[in-house]
Design a protein around this ligand. Structure first.
Ligand code: ZN
Length: 349
């Protein structure tokens, strides 16, 4: 059993290291949407997270295998290890191959504005985003509940709007957005995650309401075949900004504004302070709510989870590792962002 496993590992590593390849592109456009669709449909038949149930089943199986008295302990442990590794690799093969396909921003033809134009554009983006968030807050959108059962419907609508511009994002809408018991993902420092084994986007159940849809949209972008973190956040934001649902637009713009504030604080300290001093009490309160949530929710394993994710992303060909999450701001600056904040995509339909 070990030899086919090593061959599989070599194939995955080879694909990841080689980067873009016709095989990865074919997988991305022709196979993955159908594969994820079938998985998501099957997962939808299971109440709760199929990934969560799969973990429970795997643990039960490991206990049964570990108790087999006919084999020595080392052989039993070896079987357990091989089984776990085989399942892990299967998921990595399905999802990892997507890293070799063309980026969403490349398909859109987005160009780097250059360092000088970037600074000026960043300050303009901050003002436009903040104005839009403030106007949604004034309408009381932050007080409207976001139910877990609604997430898939809201996202299907948002992505449906974006698909007209980006047909490569077409894909399954059958997967429900799932959650694990409250606090599990947050303790690992994760707001959400996409399970390639079951085609299910997951969102941490205890997240502050205002960031739920943005997190779910990022995971939904993974479901639709964009594996890279900054690109998935770009796709998620573009979809939410095209949504008819004001809760989706608030969440998308609010979370992007957090990233823009961080980017501004790194390069234009004074401008970052001015931006915060001009923000309304309600906006600052929401920002502090999210900061406080992460301060109290991250557990002892979050450092290890971050390092594992970092190693995985580097292996997948992104030398920035987990720093790539913050790259979404640079991608938005290359995009025609005023059109999206104004909601032109929505009105053009
Ligand atoms: Zn992600």
């Amino acid at each position: 059993m070990l030899r086919p496993l090593l061959a599989l590992l070599a194939l995955i590593l080879g694909t990841l290291v080689l980067g873009a390849s016709p095989a990865a592109e074919g997988w991305r456009l022709a196979v993955h949407p159908r594969w994820a669709g079938v998985l998501g449909w099957l997962s939808g038949l299971v109440p709760g997270s199929a990934f969560g149930w799969g973990l429970v089943l795997l643990l039960a199986l490991l206990v049964v295998l570990g108790r087999d008295p006919r084999r020595p302990v080392l052989a039993r442990l070896g079987r357990i290890l091989v089984l776990g590794l085989a399942l892990l690799l299967l998921g990595l093969l399905g999802f990892g191959l997507l890293h070799g396909a063309e980026r969403h921003s490349e398909r859109l033809g987005l160009m780097d504005p250059g360092p000088e134009a970037r600074e000026e554009a960043l300050a303009r983006l901050e003002r436009a985003l903040r104005a839009e968030v403030e106007s949604l807050l004034q309408r009381g959108v932050q007080r409207q509940p976001v139910l877990e059962v609604e997430l898939a419907t809201v996202l299907a609508g948002a992505f449906g709007a974006l698909e007209q511009e980006c047909p490569w994002l077409e894909g399954p809408s059958v997967a429900p957005v799932r959650s694990l018991p409250e606090g599990w993902l947050a303790s690992l420092g994760l707001a959400g995650f996409y399970s390639p084994w079951t085609g299910e986007p997951h969102v941490e159940r205890g997240l502050p309401r205002v960031v739920v849809l943005s997190t779910a949209a990022h995971e939904w972008a993974h479901l639709r075949g964009e594996a890279r973190e900054d690109e998935a956040s770009l796709v998620g934001w573009q979809a939410l900004s095209a949504s008819e649902d004001p809760r989706a637009r608030l969440s998308g713009h609010f979370v992007l504004l957090r990233s823009v504030w961080s980017a501004l604080a790194r390069t234009q300290h004074e401008a970052a302070q001015v931006a915060r001093s001009q923000a309304s009490t309600e906006l600052l309160r929401l920002q502090e709510e999210v900061d406080a949530y992460w301060m109290r929710s991250r557990g002892a394993l979050s450092g290890a989870a971050r390092r594992t994710n970092d190693a995985y992303l580097r292996l997948a060909g992104d030398p920035r590792g987990v720093a790539s999450y913050g790259g979404v701001v640079d991608l938005v600056l290359r995009d025609d962002w005023p059109r999206r904040i104004r909601g032109d995509v929505r009105r053009e339909r």
